[in-house]
Design a protein around this ligand. Structure first.
Ligand code: NAG
Ligand code: NAG
Length: 212
């Protein structure tokens, strides 16, 4: 009985999260000849799209850190105008250099049950010119309800993106069926929150622990 209740709750959660019909987009052309070393350092989230319509934070930045144990992505943000938070994931670099932009990211939750301790999500670079803009997306599919979730980052090297870069950045979105009109512009005007917690939390952009 208890199991059924849990199942129903997670099914309910899943149907709110996975809202787009069918599988993740296939045969998507990603950035060619991707140079990770030129992608390091800070990117500001200038626009985003979350297919489940959730908007829970402002002032999101993505920072690529090159450390002796690997390359990490630090996603920081201000939650509900109040809390400064961040999540840290490890980038999985494809061994095939031709597929350099076909990145994945793994979050590790030490205290989680073994099955959901390491959670890996796509982090695919659709386009970038390294100096101004980057378009990145992730997609998760639920075979159980045959729907998927997409999150798109339109990133900028400066807090706001210029129009020319924006035009280039949104070009590849048609490949994944995202209408540029549905992008949400991020508010980067008030980024000094009341509370500062310098500890890792779960990311808002990859939320479902296991594909179901
Ligand atoms: C991640 O970024 C936030 C905000 O810039 C910072 O406070 C935090 O220390 C960073 N974490 C790591 C591990 O670099
Ligand atoms: C964004 O920041 C404003 C304050 O600048 C705050 O009122 C609003 O709730 C924030 N929105 C989110 C989704 O955090």
């Amino acid at each position: 009985m208890f199991k059924i209740v849990i199942f129903c709750i997670s099914l309910y959660g899943a149907s709110a999260y996975f809202t787009l019909p069918d599988k993740c987009p296939e045969n998507v052309n990603l950035q060619e000849y991707f140079r990770l070393q030129d992608f390091y350092d800070t990117w500001y989230q200038a626009y985003h799209f979350a297919s489940d319509g959730q908007q829970k934070n402002n002032c999101s930045t993505l920072k690529l850190l090159n450390t002796p144990t690997g390359i990490y992505l630090n996603q920081s943000r201000v939650d509900r105008g109040l809390f400064h938070r961040y999540s840290l994931g490890k980038l999985e670099i494809p061994s095939d250099i031709e597929k350099g932009s076909n990145l994945d990211i793994t979050f590790t939750y030490q205290n989680a049950p073994r099955r959901i301790k390491n959670r890996r999500y796509p982090f695919h670079i659709l386009a970038t010119n390294y100096h101004h803009y980057a378009t990145v997306y992730t997609c998760q599919y639920s075979p159980l309800i045959n729907k998927h979730f997409i999150y798109v980052w339109i990133l900028s090297r400066t807090p706001s993106l210029n129009e020319v870069s924006k035009t280039l950045a949104i070009k590849p979105l048609s490949q994944i069926g995202v209408d540029p009109e549905t992008l949400v512009k991020d508010d980067n005007s008030n980024c000094a929150p009341k509370y500062y917690s310098d500890e890792e939390t779960e990311p808002m952009t990859f939320r479902y622990p296991v594909p179901i």
